[in-house]
Ligand binder design. Structure first.
Ligand code: ADP
Ligand code: MG
Length: 241
């Protein structure tokens, strides 16, 4: 469904992505791990058209991604969840969730509201639909952000450190929801330091360092039998925490 070929991205003369290539098949759950600053967010942002690559190609559902035309149509198919939730604080939970699909005319307000209510009920937050984001916990905000992305019925979901801004006791409710979405067959790319999720719920793990993919393997192989020195070091550091 997604082919990334020799993707490069520089900011000025700073090379951030130095030739990234990988494939994603339908139903894959890809974990991306690597030290801070190695380019993980930049990679996801290129996939979601938030950054324009310097060179390389991304083929999504058989078509070369176009950074200048039809951005809303592509973004509808690729949902993104951010570390910082990115909810609009001046809108209620319900308004946040239905904003994009109604603005893009994918759903009427009634349809979007009905669907939003169903999702909210499923995650036990229906009673919060008229609350404002400031009135919610971090875990609640992130689950709302996930539901907001799901309402667009994306083909692919990108998660950029979705639990990094959360207090430890709230991480589980977010990873539980992500696991449920993965089990439902959603194709996902997850950047996370939550090694339990990465180990247990991904089909493939990519280790990045310094703008490159250093190692790519099944979670079993990557964690039990890391080959590259940098990966071994990285894993020993995350295991200390
Ligand atoms: P990660 O998500 O792995 O921590 P990022 O992709 O956020 O890494 O950042 C990789 C590098 O690119 C960092 O050195 C960061 O400072 C730089 N960078 C990211 N975005 C920009 C930008 N818009 N302008 C300049 N430098 C950037
Ligand atoms: Mg990042």
């Amino acid at each position: 469904m997604l082919e990334v070929k020799n993707l490069k991205k520089s900011f000025g003369n700073k090379k951030v992505l130095k030739g990234i290539s990988f494939n994603v098949s339908k139903g894959d759950v890809i974990g991306i791990i690597g030290p801070s600053g190695c380019g993980k967010s930049t990679l996801l942002r290129c996939l979601n058209l938030l950054e324009i690559p310097t060179s390389g190609t991304i083929i999504f559902e058989g078509k070369k991604m176009n950074y200048y035309h039809n951005l809303p149509a592509t973004r509808q198919k690729i949902g993104m969840v951010f570390q910082s939730f990115n909810l609009f604080n001046n809108m209620t939970v319900l308004e946040n969730i239905i904003l994009a699909p109604t603005k893009l005319d994918l759903l009427t307000k009634e349809e979007a509201t009905k669907k939003a209510n169903e999702f909210l009920k499923k995650i036990n937050l229906l009673d919060k639909k008229d609350s404002y984001p400031d009135e919610l916990s971090g875990g609640e905000k992130q689950r709302i952000a996930i539901v907001r992305a799901l309402l667009m019925e994306p083909e692919l979901m990108l998660f950029d450190e979705p639990t990094s801004a959360l207090d430890p006791e709230m991480i589980g409710e977010v990873t539980d929801l992500m696991r449920e979405i993965a089990l439902g067959g959603m194709t996902m790319i997850v950047v996370s330091h939550e090694m339990n999720f990465i180990k247990n719920f991904t089909t493939k793990v990519i280790f990045m360092d310094d703008g490159k993919i250093i190692e790519e393997n099944t979670p079993e192989e990557l964690f039990n039998n890391p080959k590259d020195k940098r990966l071994k070091e990285f894993l020993s550091k995350v295991n200390e925490n």
